[in-house]
Design a protein around this ligand. Structure first.
Ligand SMILES: CC(C)[C@H](C(=O)O)[C@@H](O)C(=O)O
Ligand code: SF4
Length: 468
């Protein structure tokens, strides 16, 4: 029998279909379910109202991240709404026997940071969470995507959801990234080329030398931002880099189970000649350090460029003008040299150890600019620990920076870390929407290197100028 070439995505998807409904969605089995305090309380309430149980409590993992403060985490949470949400997560987890990493737990941190770093996320799995950036876990060759609260309830009670199969897109980038160009610049570049809706309806596979040569942290940054392209998610085929990252982590399989897993994971790649609904190709030398100037992640450009004219962007003229007005920017202005008030290093996009290493590589031997307030927020306690052990904290302290405690922090205005109205933030997070970092706050998304360059100069600066 001849074998039809299939994609990585099809292999993982097809092996999880419990039942196909003709002309309808697939009933789809979920291997791992993450929950946090924002989108789970109502789902648990739904279970309660219907008298349902949690089907496989060992497949769901809870962590507190969005509403958590990033200083004085040992004190009671002041904001009553946040305190309630956090309490509900704790109570519901205890009631249904779900693993819960709450505030103060050494494994606590942002859901998309702690899942992979503890070995919960594995290749070939289906992974969901009531959170759009669940796409991050695709870095391991998993199908991972965000779901709504009613689906959270469905997964809790049946370990399945109903999903129509998305179309498949492959984005291939060959070549070698240039000086000062880091993983974050790659998805920001793709976004600037295809716009924030360019991958709507698709699931993306990222392929080619740039992704093959990337660390797991880098691949997570890329897959994290796939959702900002409009995609359902993004994935990278697992390889030696993936296996080396996973080996020996707390919850990864051990002994014979590891060998068995590994043998399976090695089959998870797209066959030669497999067909995608859409293929896009770029080369690494097209990508320079990126920065956004507008109010969606597709409105970005190489840092040495000027802000484009309305005629040169895919967004309609009216929405583009509104976006620039919110930012206090004008067409054709230079971006380099724009004043910066806040710098945020953190989030599930760039709150991992490599991001802190990159930031420290620029600030080492320099001083924080006086006009800049910097919030440096590790994605988890494990990252925080690494920052200390590797001597990065000393470099940061020497340069006048402080380290905060893990959480989503200024990525979104759901906790105390809000950027004041009208202020400019260079942020390593993933969304620059109006009000995202606080009412009236103005966000420029960029890499940890660009954030560091802004933090020490007080203005938007090309990090390559500060590198040897
Ligand atoms: C609060 C949560 C539902 C939300 C998401 O879905 O992504 C948040 O994490 C975000 O980044 O906007
Ligand atoms: S860090 Fe930001 S993007 Fe990530 S889960 Fe938290 S709020 Fe969402």
């Amino acid at each position: 029998m001849s074998h039809t070439p299939t994609t990585l995505f099809d292999k993982v998807w097809d092996s999880h279909v419990v039942r196909s409904i003709p002309d309808g969605p697939d009933v789809f089995f979920i291997d791992r379910h993450f929950i946090h305090e924002v989108t789970s309380p109502v789902a648990f309430l739904g279970l309660e109202n219907r008298g349902l149980k949690v089907m496989f409590s060992e497949k769901t993992f809870a962590t507190a991240d969005h509403n958590t403060p990033t200083i004085n985490q040992h004190l009671p949470v002041k904001d009553p709404l946040s305190a309630n949400q956090l309490k509900a997560l704790e109570t519901n987890s205890a009631k249904y026997g779900i693993s819960h990493w709450g505030l103060g737990n050494p494994k606590n941190g942002i859901v998309h940071v702690v899942g992979p770093e503890n070995g919960i996320t594995l290749p070939g799995m289906t992974i969901v969470c009531g959170d759009s950036h669940t796409s991050t876990h695709g870095a391991f060759g998993a199908i991972a995507f965000g779901i709504g609260t009613s689906e959270v309830e469905m997964v809790l009670s049946s370990q399945c959801i109903m999903q129509p199969k998305p179309k498949k897109m492959r984005i291939t980038i060959n070549g070698k990234l240039g000086k000062g160009v880091v993983p974050k610049d790659v998805p920001l570049f793709i976004l600037s080329q295809i716009s924030a809706s360019g991958a709507t309806g698709y699931f993306i596979e990222f392929a080619g030398e740039v992704f093959e040569n990337m660390s797991m942290e880098g691949r997570m940054t890329v897959c994290n931002l796939s959702i900002e392209m409009g995609a359902r998610g993004g994935m990278v085929a697992p390889d030696e880099t993936t296996f080396n990252y996973l080996k020996g982590r707390d919850l990864t399989p051990k002994g014979e189970a590891w060998d068995k897993g590994l043998a399976y994971w090695k089959t998870l790649k797209t066959d030669a000649d497999a067909k995608f609904d859409l293929e896009l190709n770029f080369t690494a030398d097209q990508i320079e350090p990126q920065i956004t100037y507008g109010t969606n992640p597709g409105l970005g450009t190489g840092i040495t460029h000027n802000i484009p004219l309305a005629a040169d962007v895919k967004d309609g003229e009216a929405s583009y003008k509104k976006s620039l007005a919110y930012m206090g920017f004008a067409e054709n202005e230079k971006i380099v040299g724009k004043p910066v008030d806040y710098v945020f290093l953190g989030s599930c996009t760039n709150g991992r150890i490599e991001d802190f290493r990159a930031f420290a590589s620029i600030v080492k031997g320099r001083k924080k600019a006086d006009n800049v307030t910097a919030w440096l927020v590790p994605g988890s306690h494990i990252v925080e620990q690494q920052i200390k052990e590797e001597g990065i904290l000393d470099i940061l302290t020497e340069a006048g920076f402080q380290l905060r405690q893990p959480g989503c922090s200024a990525c979104l205005a759901m906790n105390d870390d809000k950027i004041p109205a009208g202020k400019y933030a260079v942020s390593t997070s993933n969304r620059n929407f109006e009000g995202r970092q606080g009412p009236g706050a103005r966000t420029m998304l960029a890499s940890p290197l660009v954030a560091a360059a802004a933090a020490v100069t007080g203005v938007v600066t090309d990090p390559r100028e500060l590198m040897n």
